[in-house]
Design a protein around this ligand. Structure first.
Ligand code: HEC
Length: 144
Protein backbone atom coordinates (compact mmCIF):
# COMPACT_ATOMS: atom_id res chain seq x y z
CA UNK A 1 0.00 0.00 0.00
CA UNK A 2 1.24 3.48 -0.83
CA UNK A 3 1.46 5.68 2.27
CA UNK A 4 2.37 9.31 2.80
CA UNK A 5 6.04 8.63 2.35
CA UNK A 6 5.73 6.14 -0.44
CA UNK A 7 3.79 7.92 -3.18
CA UNK A 8 5.40 7.19 -6.54
CA UNK A 9 6.02 10.88 -7.25
CA UNK A 10 8.12 11.31 -4.14
CA UNK A 11 10.39 8.34 -4.78
CA UNK A 12 13.95 9.66 -5.16
CA UNK A 13 14.46 7.34 -8.12
CA UNK A 14 11.40 8.62 -9.93
CA UNK A 15 12.37 12.22 -9.22
CA UNK A 16 15.81 11.52 -10.67
CA UNK A 17 14.20 9.92 -13.70
CA UNK A 18 12.00 12.99 -14.15
CA UNK A 19 15.06 15.25 -14.05
CA UNK A 20 16.84 13.07 -16.60
CA UNK A 21 13.82 13.28 -18.91
CA UNK A 22 13.64 17.05 -18.50
CA UNK A 23 17.34 17.50 -19.21
CA UNK A 24 17.22 15.32 -22.30
CA UNK A 25 14.15 17.18 -23.56
CA UNK A 26 16.02 20.45 -23.07
CA UNK A 27 18.99 19.11 -25.03
CA UNK A 28 16.74 17.95 -27.88
CA UNK A 29 14.92 21.29 -27.83
CA UNK A 30 18.14 23.29 -28.11
CA UNK A 31 19.46 21.04 -30.90
CA UNK A 32 16.22 21.61 -32.80
CA UNK A 33 15.86 25.28 -31.92
CA UNK A 34 17.70 26.50 -35.00
CA UNK A 35 15.75 24.34 -37.41
CA UNK A 36 12.44 25.12 -35.72
CA UNK A 37 13.16 28.83 -35.84
CA UNK A 38 13.98 29.03 -39.54
CA UNK A 39 11.46 26.47 -40.67
CA UNK A 40 8.88 27.99 -38.36
CA UNK A 41 6.27 28.58 -41.00
CA UNK A 42 8.15 31.03 -43.22
CA UNK A 43 4.87 31.82 -44.95
CA UNK A 44 3.87 33.74 -41.83
CA UNK A 45 6.97 35.92 -41.81
CA UNK A 46 6.01 39.54 -42.55
CA UNK A 47 7.85 40.81 -45.64
CA UNK A 48 8.39 44.53 -46.22
CA UNK A 49 9.25 46.22 -49.52
CA UNK A 50 12.72 46.80 -48.10
CA UNK A 51 13.12 43.03 -47.57
CA UNK A 52 11.96 42.47 -51.17
CA UNK A 53 14.52 44.98 -52.48
CA UNK A 54 17.29 43.30 -50.48
CA UNK A 55 16.17 39.86 -51.71
CA UNK A 56 16.24 41.08 -55.32
CA UNK A 57 19.78 42.40 -54.85
CA UNK A 58 20.90 39.15 -53.18
CA UNK A 59 19.33 37.09 -55.96
CA UNK A 60 21.25 39.10 -58.57
CA UNK A 61 24.52 38.96 -56.64
CA UNK A 62 24.51 35.41 -55.29
CA UNK A 63 21.93 33.29 -57.05
CA UNK A 64 21.59 34.39 -60.67
CA UNK A 65 25.06 33.09 -61.59
CA UNK A 66 23.63 29.58 -61.29
CA UNK A 67 19.86 29.96 -61.25
CA UNK A 68 19.74 32.60 -64.02
CA UNK A 69 18.29 36.10 -63.70
CA UNK A 70 14.92 34.73 -64.81
CA UNK A 71 15.12 31.63 -62.61
CA UNK A 72 15.43 29.13 -65.47
CA UNK A 73 18.56 27.52 -64.04
CA UNK A 74 20.59 28.86 -66.95
CA UNK A 75 23.05 31.23 -65.25
CA UNK A 76 26.62 31.37 -66.64
CA UNK A 77 27.95 29.16 -63.82
CA UNK A 78 25.26 26.52 -64.37
CA UNK A 79 26.95 25.04 -67.44
CA UNK A 80 29.59 23.31 -65.32
CA UNK A 81 27.19 22.01 -62.67
CA UNK A 82 26.01 18.44 -62.28
CA UNK A 83 23.15 18.27 -61.50
CA UNK A 84 22.10 21.58 -63.01
CA UNK A 85 19.99 23.96 -60.94
CA UNK A 86 16.31 23.24 -61.28
CA UNK A 87 14.24 25.48 -63.58
CA UNK A 88 12.20 27.42 -61.02
CA UNK A 89 9.41 27.63 -63.64
CA UNK A 90 9.05 23.84 -63.55
CA UNK A 91 5.54 23.45 -62.14
CA UNK A 92 6.06 19.90 -60.92
CA UNK A 93 9.04 21.07 -58.90
CA UNK A 94 7.03 24.04 -57.59
CA UNK A 95 4.33 21.65 -56.40
CA UNK A 96 6.81 19.22 -54.87
CA UNK A 97 8.76 21.69 -52.75
CA UNK A 98 7.54 23.39 -49.57
CA UNK A 99 8.48 26.90 -48.45
CA UNK A 100 10.19 25.26 -45.45
CA UNK A 101 12.40 23.16 -47.72
CA UNK A 102 13.38 26.18 -49.81
CA UNK A 103 14.12 28.16 -46.66
CA UNK A 104 16.34 25.40 -45.39
CA UNK A 105 18.13 25.00 -48.74
CA UNK A 106 18.83 28.73 -48.93
CA UNK A 107 20.23 28.99 -45.38
CA UNK A 108 21.89 25.60 -44.91
CA UNK A 109 22.67 24.66 -48.52
CA UNK A 110 21.44 22.04 -50.96
CA UNK A 111 22.86 19.12 -49.02
CA UNK A 112 20.65 19.95 -46.02
CA UNK A 113 17.58 19.06 -48.10
CA UNK A 114 19.14 16.11 -49.93
CA UNK A 115 20.02 18.18 -53.03
CA UNK A 116 23.32 19.15 -54.64
CA UNK A 117 26.09 20.36 -52.33
CA UNK A 118 27.01 22.83 -55.10
CA UNK A 119 24.11 24.87 -53.78
CA UNK A 120 26.11 26.62 -51.07
CA UNK A 121 24.71 27.62 -47.68
CA UNK A 122 24.09 31.29 -46.86
CA UNK A 123 24.70 31.30 -43.09
CA UNK A 124 24.50 35.10 -42.86
CA UNK A 125 20.81 34.87 -43.85
CA UNK A 126 19.96 32.74 -40.84
CA UNK A 127 19.24 35.89 -38.86
CA UNK A 128 17.32 37.48 -41.74
CA UNK A 129 14.10 35.43 -41.93
CA UNK A 130 12.19 38.19 -43.74
CA UNK A 131 14.81 38.43 -46.51
CA UNK A 132 14.82 34.64 -46.90
CA UNK A 133 11.01 34.70 -47.00
CA UNK A 134 11.24 37.37 -49.72
CA UNK A 135 13.62 35.12 -51.70
CA UNK A 136 11.15 32.24 -51.38
CA UNK A 137 8.33 34.60 -52.42
CA UNK A 138 10.37 35.65 -55.48
CA UNK A 139 10.93 32.02 -56.49
CA UNK A 140 7.20 31.32 -55.95
CA UNK A 141 6.33 34.09 -58.40
CA UNK A 142 7.54 31.73 -61.10
CA UNK A 143 4.77 29.31 -60.11
CA UNK A 144 2.50 30.09 -63.01
C1 HEC B 1 26.89 27.48 -57.38
C2 HEC B 1 25.58 27.52 -58.00
C3 HEC B 1 24.41 27.95 -57.14
C4 HEC B 1 24.22 29.14 -56.48
C5 HEC B 1 25.18 30.33 -56.44
C6 HEC B 1 22.92 29.06 -55.86
N1 HEC B 1 22.33 27.85 -56.12
FE1 HEC B 1 20.50 27.26 -55.50
N2 HEC B 1 20.83 25.41 -56.33
C7 HEC B 1 21.95 25.06 -57.07
C8 HEC B 1 21.86 23.66 -57.41
C9 HEC B 1 22.88 22.87 -58.23
C10 HEC B 1 20.65 23.18 -56.82
C11 HEC B 1 20.12 21.75 -56.79
C12 HEC B 1 19.47 21.29 -58.02
C13 HEC B 1 19.00 19.88 -57.81
O1 HEC B 1 19.73 19.07 -57.22
O2 HEC B 1 17.86 19.60 -58.22
C14 HEC B 1 20.04 24.33 -56.16
C15 HEC B 1 18.83 24.27 -55.50
C16 HEC B 1 18.16 25.38 -54.99
C17 HEC B 1 16.82 25.36 -54.47
C18 HEC B 1 15.88 24.16 -54.47
C19 HEC B 1 16.00 23.25 -53.30
C20 HEC B 1 15.05 22.07 -53.47
O3 HEC B 1 14.69 21.48 -52.46
O4 HEC B 1 14.66 21.72 -54.60
C21 HEC B 1 16.52 26.63 -54.08
C22 HEC B 1 15.22 27.12 -53.47
C23 HEC B 1 17.68 27.44 -54.36
N3 HEC B 1 18.66 26.65 -54.91
C24 HEC B 1 17.77 28.80 -54.12
C25 HEC B 1 18.94 29.53 -54.25
C26 HEC B 1 19.07 30.91 -53.84
C27 HEC B 1 17.95 31.76 -53.27
C28 HEC B 1 20.38 31.26 -54.09
C29 HEC B 1 21.06 32.56 -53.76
C30 HEC B 1 21.04 33.00 -52.38
C31 HEC B 1 21.05 30.11 -54.67
N4 HEC B 1 20.13 29.09 -54.76
C32 HEC B 1 22.36 30.09 -55.10
C33 HEC B 1 22.98 25.88 -57.42
C34 HEC B 1 23.21 27.16 -56.91
Amino acid sequence: MIGKHGTPGSSPYLRLAAVVVQVSLAVVASANAQVVRIADNPAKTAITDDDRAKARAIFTERCASCHGAGGHGDGPAAANLKPKPIDFHNQNWQKSVTDETMTKAIIFGGRSVGKSGQMAPNPDLEDEPAIVAALVEKIRQWRK
